[in-house]
Design a protein around this ligand. Structure first.
Ligand code: ATP
Length: 576
């Protein structure tokens, strides 16, 4: 993953590397100058004028080096941030496209808020460690140069400098299980908070109606407190405890080195310049040690983040860092002659669902699925469409087995359609390039024109969160217009008339069947639909109880008569 993130923007990372090396290499020069000048001063051979020139030269070099380093630092920050954002963007884009490309039956395994937290926070953790590694390479280059120079002066003392570096590595390796565990717990707690936030925003009305504001906020505080504690624990362990251990180890080593160097100075092995150079260079090696150890810890943390990402995103892990996102192929339009459902089964854990269902829909037919509450109508439609896994049975389109039914083969209006906060037009088209005539036709078929003229901006009216500006019936018809705009081979409705008055429903079916060659599969318990049906499939306890025309079923099936009379009573009550 690390290398794929680098290879995604190789030019930027190469620039980053050059800048890091440049930034790290520059400060070595003043160290060497200081050493030379001090050595010259201490051997007493220089005359006054020479000293002045040397000091001024030294100052000029120092200022130049500082300015050059500052400039390099500014560029480093800009390039680092860009690299990090590009790396994170790659993971977010791939993660999201994998979620979108997964079959409808594979719902995301995590709550939406948690998914957002994983896609943003955890992918940032991963891209951060890549960028941080480049900083460590820069610091390592600086430390290596410093070590070479110091080694040429005093090999033994230089070896002592390496001790904290090794100690840091050992320490992080020993603590790695805990680093990963605490980081995973802290990210999990952040995910819980985001997931709960998402639920809260989705359920504002329910919370208000239940007068549950204070209880919900209490739970939110609890989750936030848990996040605070877990994040603090992770930070305390990694940044504070381990950080202070390795910083103090390297500071201690610095002290030891300086004492040894000072002894060397006393015995004449070290010059004043050597001592000054050691003071400066040892600081850099200990900076590198701290960075190196921190980066090791970040690596361990990012392993936990990678796991959280791969758990949440379907498909093989390496696709998370794929450079090209494969296009989701749109199914070819194949004119429907016959849809056949054979032995279809989907059982929920609780026992509900449908079993061994057989039925057919031929081109131009209107097949209605009906049954009592909980008979399995919605489950059947969703399993036919491939939105629920098929545990047994097949669905064939003109004899060819299909896993999923989506536009342009089918379009589906669920019982509770999902609308977004965008305009009516955007909700209908959802990015589809459609001309005005096409859109007007969809609006007309969905009996929406009167509702639209009552809205302030007609098709351009913003609907608010989840289409809040619309009534249940209007929302169902906007979703139906979305379906018509796709002009599919087979229209699938789940109880679309449940929130419609009798007249609007009658108009909807009239307009629909005025169009030539319409094929429709609908869940309904309404007379208006029964009367138009080519065939009715009656479900009972998840199984096909009877199939036939309305006349046949009313004559020979008690269950159908019960459903017919139930709707007669409901319609009479609604009219009263
Ligand atoms: N996600 C689920 N998990 C577990 N059981 C479920 C789930 N969805 C539905 N069921 C159960 O499966 C059975 C069929 O439900 P389904 O929604 O398909 O019925 P329906 O005929 O469409 O009902 P309605 O007329 O109320 O829409 C019911 O017993 C229901 O409780």
């Amino acid at each position: 993953m690390f290398w794929e993130v680098v290879r995604y923007t190789p030019g930027l990372f190469a620039l980053d590397l050059v800048l890091q090396l440049f930034r790290s290499g520059i400060p070595l020069i003043p160290g060497l100058i200081v050493r030379e000048v001090l050595n010259e001063l201490s051997d007493g051979s220089s005359v006054d004028g020479a000293v002045d020139t040397a000091v001024w030269l030294l100052l000029a070099f120092l200022v130049g080096a500082v300015l050059a380093r500052l400039t390099a630092l500014l560029f480093c920050v800009a390039v680092d941030e860009t690299c990090e954002a590009r790396g994170q963007g790659l993971l977010v884009r791939n993660g999201f496209s994998r979620i979108l490309a997964a079959p409808g039956a594979q719902r995301p395994r995590h709550a939406r808020g948690d998914l957002v937290s994983r896609l943003t926070g955890d992918s940032r953790s991963v891209s951060q460690v890549v960028v941080y590694t480049f900083m460590v390479i820069g610091a390592g280059f600086q430390a290596a140069l410093a070590l070479v120079v110091m080694f040429s002066i005093d090999p033994l003392v230089t070896l002592v400098v390496c001790v904290p570096m090794a100690a840091g590595g050992v320490l992080i390796t020993i603590a790695s299980v805990r680093i990963r565990k605490y980081h995973a717990q802290s990210r999990e707690a952040a995910g819980d908070v985001s997931a709960f936030l998402g639920e809260m925003y989705n359920s504002v009305r329910t919370i208000q109606l239940g007068n549950a504001q204070s209880r919900v906020l209490g739970r939110f505080r609890e989750l936030n407190e848990s996040r605070r504690r877990r994040t603090l624990k992770s930070r305390l362990f990694t940044d504070v405890f381990l950080g202070s251990v390795w910083t103090n180890t390297s500071t201690l080593a610095t002290g030891v080195v300086l004492v040894l160097a000072a002894q060397g100075f006393g015995s004449g092995r070290f010059t004043v310049g050597d001592l000054a150079l050691f003071v400066v260079y040892v600081g850099w090696t200990s900076d590198f040690t701290a960075l190196f150890s921190q980066n090791l810890a970040l690596f361990k943390q990012s392993a936990a983040s990678v796991k959280r990402l791969t758990d949440a995103v379907p498909g093989p892990p390496d696709e998370l860092v794929a450079h090209r996102v494969p296009d989701v192929p749109e199914p070819e339009r194949v004119a429907l002659s016959r849809l056949s459902v054979t032995g279809l089964t989907h059982r929920f854990d609780g026992g509900g669902g449908v079993s061994e269902v057989d039925f057919e829909v031929a081109r131009g037919e209107f097949v209605v699925i009906t049954g009592r509450v909980g008979a399995g109508k919605t489950t059947l439609l969703r399993t036919v469409l491939g939105l629920l896994p098929r545990q047994a049975g097949t669905v064939t389109w003109n004899g060819t087995e299909v896993d999923e039914l989506v536009p342009p083969l089918t379009a589906y209006t669920p019982q509770l359609p999902h609308l977004t906060s965008e305009t009516v037009r955007d909700n209908i088209l959802e990015g589809l390039p459609a001309d005005r005539r096409h859109l007007d036709l969809a609006v007309h078929s969905a009996v929406l024109e009167r509702d639209l003229s009552a809205l302030d901006d007609g098709l351009d009216t913003l609907l608010g969160p989840k289409g809040a500006k619309l009534s249940g019936g209007q929302a169902q018809r906007v979703a139906a217009a979305r379906m018509f705009a796709r002009d599919p081979e087979l229209l699938v409705f789940d109880d679309v008339s449940s929130a419609l008055d009798v007249d609007t429903e009658r108009q909807l079916w009239e307009r629909l069947f005025a169009r030539a060659g319409v094929t429709c599969l609908a869940v309904s318990h309404r007379r208006a639909a029964f009367e138009r049906a080519s065939r009715i499939v009656v479900l009972r306890a998840g199984r096909v109880h009877a199939v036939g025309t309305l006349a046949d079923l009313l004559a020979g099936d008690a269950e159908m008569r019960h459903l017919w009379q139930a709707d007669t009573r409901q319609s009479a009550m609604a009219q009263e």
